[in-house]
Every structure is written in structure tokens, then in C-alpha cells.
Design a protein around this ligand. Structure first.
Ligand SMILES: Nc1ncnc2c1ncn2[C@@H]1O[C@H](COP(=O)(O)OP(=O)(O)OP(=O)(O)O)[C@@H](O)[C@H]1O
Ligand SMILES: [Mg+2]
Length: 226
């Protein structure tokens, strides 16, 4: 699978209800179009709804109202099995917290999304190749407990890319990295964006990372500004 995803977000509203608390209106009618093969940075202050928006685009959460269409398909119209298949086959997530499995090696962690898929051998090669590209060629057999924070984050990036997703959603992918590693990681994401025409949406506080994306949008008070 490849060729990027066309992403259309229309009028998305998301409010979180908290027991005994005031409801938090996070997204107040957000609309966005990201064309196939584009790269986009989403910035905004802490708590402005960046992660919430990525989770809605990646079918990990549902909006209260509004729509998300990926290549014309409305995610709200898919049942849970189809949403799970979409997440696994078409989306590569790089989470803000990396969620590696501690009992698996770096290579095995990268291969987790391929469990249940065919052609394991080909995936093994791609997994090892991706780990090499993020500078971890000598760490394939290390467990997460034996890796630095930045190395774990790079494993998480390789894992997001192993299934050749058409849409990569990255939440603060350079947060734990020094400048050189951060640059290399953004290089990798942009190379894949260019080579494989993956659509890339990156949430970031890092100006250096945001500026390298084809376009930037900023969230504030539940809406895009600027
Ligand atoms: N499941 C939830 N239940 C209640 N409130 C939530 C939930 N998830 C997020 N929120 C609230 O929604 C707001 C937006 O959260 P979100 O994680 O999207 O922010 P963010 O822009 O990613 O921030 P950061 O830059 O700190 O990661 C926050 O105020 C948060 O407290
Ligand atoms: Mg966040």
C-alpha cells in the first residue's frame, strides 16, 4: 500500500465530559483539507487539542459532530472492525508516549503491526532497514529498557512506518531528541513523504520541525488560527 491519503476534516467538534466537572470544549468546529502526499505541521499551545485532533483523524476517537473523510470514505460510517483495519493497514501512528512493549526487542516492537499480516519475511527486512535509517542498526536486539528515551522514540517511528501506511500521524516525534537526532528523524519522515507519497501530519512544538513541513496550521481555543 502506498500513495498518500486525502484527508478531509469538516466541522469537527469534540467536547470531553468529566464527572462532576465543567465539560471541556476542545475542538469547536475544525475543518482541514490535507491533499495526498502533502506534509503538514500542526502547532498550538499545550492543551489546544492537537492530540485529540490526530486521534480523531486516525479513527482512535470519534467526534461529537462533524466528519473525517479519508480518500472519500467517512470514518464515522465504518464499523469497529473496519476502523481497526483502517488504523492497522493505512495509518502509521507515532504517539506522544511511545508505547513500546518492554518484553520485545527493538526489531520485534517494529514488527508488532505486522502480526497477522502476510509476507513476514519482507516485513522483517523493512523493519531492519527502517531501524537502520533511524540510526539503530546496531540496536535491533535491544529491549526498550536498554535504550535511551530518544532511541525508544525512534523505534516507535520505525514501527509506525513498517506497514507502508498512506497516512502518517506523528505526535511530537522529536520531543525527546537532541537537535541532530531530531533533524535525522524529520529527514526520514520527509523522505518517506516524498518517496512513497505518504501524507504526513506532524504535531510539534519545535519550530525547526514545523518549518520543514509543506504547510503549517495552528490550533487555538478550539479553532485554527492564522
Ligand atoms: N479523555 C479526556 N477526558 C477529558 N479531558 C480530556 C481528555 N483528553 C483530553 N482532554 C483535555 O482536552 C484538552 C486537549 O488535550 P490534547 O491532549 O488534545 O492537547 P494537546 O494540544 O495535544 O496538548 P499537549 O501539547 O500538551 O500534548 C486538554 O485540556 C485535556 O485536558
Ligand atoms: Mg498532545
Amino acid at each position: 500500500m502506498s500513495a498518500g491519503a486525502d484527508v478531509r476534516v469538516e466541522g469537527v467538534v469534540r467536547t470531553f465530559q468529566v464527572p462532576d466537572g465543567v465539560p471541556v470544549a476542545v475542538l469547536c468546529g475544525v475543518s482541514l483539507h490535507v491533499a495526498a502526499g502533502e506534509s503538514l505541521a500542526v502547532t498550538g499551545p499545550s492543551g489546544s487539542g492537537k492530540t485529540t485532533l490526530l486521534q480523531i483523524i486516525g479513527a482512535m476517537d470519534r467526534p461529537d459532530s462533524g466528519e473525517v473523510r479519508i480518500n472519500g470514505r467517512e470514518l464515522g460510517g465504518l464499523d469497529e472492525a473496519a476502523r481497526a483495519q483502517f488504523r492497522n493497514r493505512e495509518v502509521g501512528f507515532v504517539f506522544q508516549a511511545h508505547h513500546l512493549l518492554p518484553q520485545l526487542t527493538a526489531l520485534e516492537n517494529v514488527l508488532v503491526p505486522s502480526w497477522g499480516a502476510a509476507v513476514r519475511e519482507e516485513r522483517q527486512e523493512r523493519a531492519a532497514h527502517l531501524l537502520q535509517r533511524v540510526g539503530l542498526g546496531a540496536r535491533l536486539a535491544h529491549f526498550p529498557g536498554q535504550l535511551s528515551g530518544g532511541e525508544r522514540q525512534r523505534v516507535a517511528v520505525a514501527r509506525a512506518l513498517v506497514m507502508n501506511p498512506c497516512l502518517v500521524l506523528a505526535d511530537e516525534p522529536t520531543g525527546a531528541l537532541d537537535q541532530t537526532s531530531a533533524r535525522a528523524l524529520v529527514d526520514l519522515l520527509l523522505e518517506l513523504n516524498a518517496e512513497e507519497r505518504t501524507t504526513l501530519i506532524v504535531v510539534t512544538h519545535a519550530e525547526a520541525c514545523a518549518q520543514r513541513m509543506g504547510r503549517q496550521v495552528s490550533l487555538r481555543d478550539g479553532r485554527f488560527v492564522g
